[in-house]
Design a protein around this ligand. Structure first.
Ligand code: MN
Length: 484
């Protein structure tokens, strides 16, 4: 990796940007790290360059990329934060300082994990860019993990999977998340990784490529006729997500990997709909699988058109159609936002604000950590209201839990639920990211006793029990007064 490559990418992303500071930052970091080597034997500056390159790849703004180049300077060299501030100003100092603070973790074992979680969220609360730089730093550390001792490899991979990956998911940074996950998968479950990699890369590869070439040719001709500007890519399905699906559903590889998936990227929203029309004119769509996330974005802001058709040879083929901008946002989440508009409290997704609020409301560090762990780890799920508000529920929660979480009366009067725009029963298990709407009937008197059989959270359970206790008391009272 060299600075030229980064400069090229930065100017490609933003043609008129002044990269003088970037060049100066490179010289500064290069000189500061001179003579230092990584465990791999490479010059230390390679790590700084790779970190900065990843940041440029996800279209970060220049200060973030510069801070990426400088991120290990105060920690590992004679130059300190004051030197950085003198040459690059207070914003860059602030970012580099944030990363430096993140890296000093004194504890071991569970305590260490808590400490690093706390620090990640603290950093996030101060400036999200610090976390993004930390992800880029971690990605390169993972890519060079081979140089470490066996036990350290496992520790790094575990820590990444437990702490970095969920946070990357929360921030919608899917591409970085997948990249980190696949490396962790390789080191934590080497056997399973190799088997799956073989199946995916060797056994299926030719079949997949031939099929995609066929689709591209057939569809490309029509798109050219319409004079559309487009890119067709065979979608990369990353191994860890296939593995997780196999584990979760106890399925074999071919049962999971049965749908060919392609993505089409175009200039405008109008083009997206035109492309969908063209696809449907060539292949018959599966009507239940047409989704318009452009008109109705997912609660996390995701936009695309989805359709599954009976493609060449009658094979189920899934298309995602989106604009370049939607594509960037879908891959890079929060990081892509800076590219298009400055982040401020108004266009920050609500759930980030909620995480920050937890930090403010926490009584002490332990309380804070406990609440954060609940948010990040698997014993909790996040669901959304139709307005996009985030609610935290216990794992396996049902629409009834959600209803009581919103308001006792909504719980008492619930008659049905709509999950992700589909009618559902009240005992359906909710999943992370579900959007839920509760249907109520005002003439309904109260809850159903059977609900106690499936509700998961204490709130709902208590409220239902209270209702019945009260109504029993009331009927006793009525009986007594009638008897008088
Ligand atoms: Mn580093």
């Amino acid at each position: 990796m060299d600075i030229q490559k980064i400069k090229k990418l930065v100017t490609k992303n933003k043609p008129n940007v002044d990269i003088t500071m970037l060049e100066l930052a490179y010289e500064f970091a290069h000189e500061a790290h001179l003579g230092q080597k990584r465990l791999t034997g490479e010059d230390y500056i390679q790590h700084s360059l790779h970190t900065a390159y990843t940041l440029a790849e996800i279209k970060s703004e220049l200060p973030t990329i510069i801070a990426g180049l400088l991120h290990d300077v105060p920690e590992d060299t004679k130059r300190n934060l004051d030197d950085i501030e003198k040459d690059f100003g207070s914003e860059i100092r602030f970012l580099v300082e944030g990363i430096t603070k993140l890296s000093n973790i004194k504890y071991r074992g569970v305590e260490r994990q808590r400490e690093s979680l706390r620090k990640m969220f603290m950093a996030m609360a101060r400036d999200l860019r610090v976390i993004i730089i930390k992800f880029a730093d971690r990605l390169h550390n993972l890519r060079t993990i081979e140089a470490h001792r066996e036990d350290k490899k496992i520790r790094i991979a575990q820590e990444t999977l437990e702490i970095y990956v969920p946070i990357a998911g929360l921030l919608g940074m899917w591409r970085l998340k997948w990249q980190m996950e696949d490396i962790c998968f390789k080191y934590l479950f080497p056997e399973d990784f190799r088997k799956l990699e073989y199946k995916y890369e060797i056994e299926k590869k030719t079949e997949r490529n031939q099929f995609i070439a066929k689709v591209k040719k057939q569809l490309g001709e029509k798109l050219d006729q319409e004079k559309l500007n487009y890119i067709i890519e065979g979608r990369f399905k990353h191994l860890y997500s296939i593995y997780q699906k196999m584990q979760r559903k106890n399925r074999k590889f071919h049962e999971i990997y049965d749908v060919f998936a392609l993505r089409i990227i175009v200039d405008t929203i109008a083009d997206c709909y035109r492309v969908m029309g063209i696809i449907h004119s060539i292949w018959k769509p599966k009507t239940s699988r047409i989704k318009d996330y452009i008109a109705m974005p997912k609660p996390n802001g995701y936009q695309s058109l989805h359709t599954t058709v009976f493609g060449p040879d009658g094979k189920a083929t899934e298309f995602q159609i989106r604009t370049y901008r939607m594509h960037e946002e879908a891959l890079h989440g929060i990081a892509a936002h800076w590219h298009y508009k400055e982040m401020n409290n108004n266009n920050q997704p609500k759930w980030i604000q909620e995480i920050l609020d937890i930090q403010k409301e926490a009584q002490d560090t332990n309380d804070f950590i406990r609440k954060l762990k609940l948010n990040v780890f698997s014993d909790r799920i996040f669901v959304f209201s139709p307005k996009g508000e985030v609610f935290e529920l216990s794992a396996d929660a049902t629409p009834i839990d959600y209803a009581y979480h919103i308001h006792t009366d909504i719980g008492h009067k619930a008659t049905g639920a709509v999950i992700n725009n589909r009618m559902s029963t009240l005992d359906q298990k909710l999943k992370n990211g579900d959007m839920i709407e509760i249907i109520t009937n005002q003439s309904r008197k109260g809850p159903n006793k059977n609900w106690l059989k499936f509700v998961k959270g204490r709130t709902a359970r208590n409220k239902i029990k209270q209702y019945f206790k009260r109504s029993t008391l009331e009927s006793i009272r009525k009986l007594i007064s009638r008897g008088k």
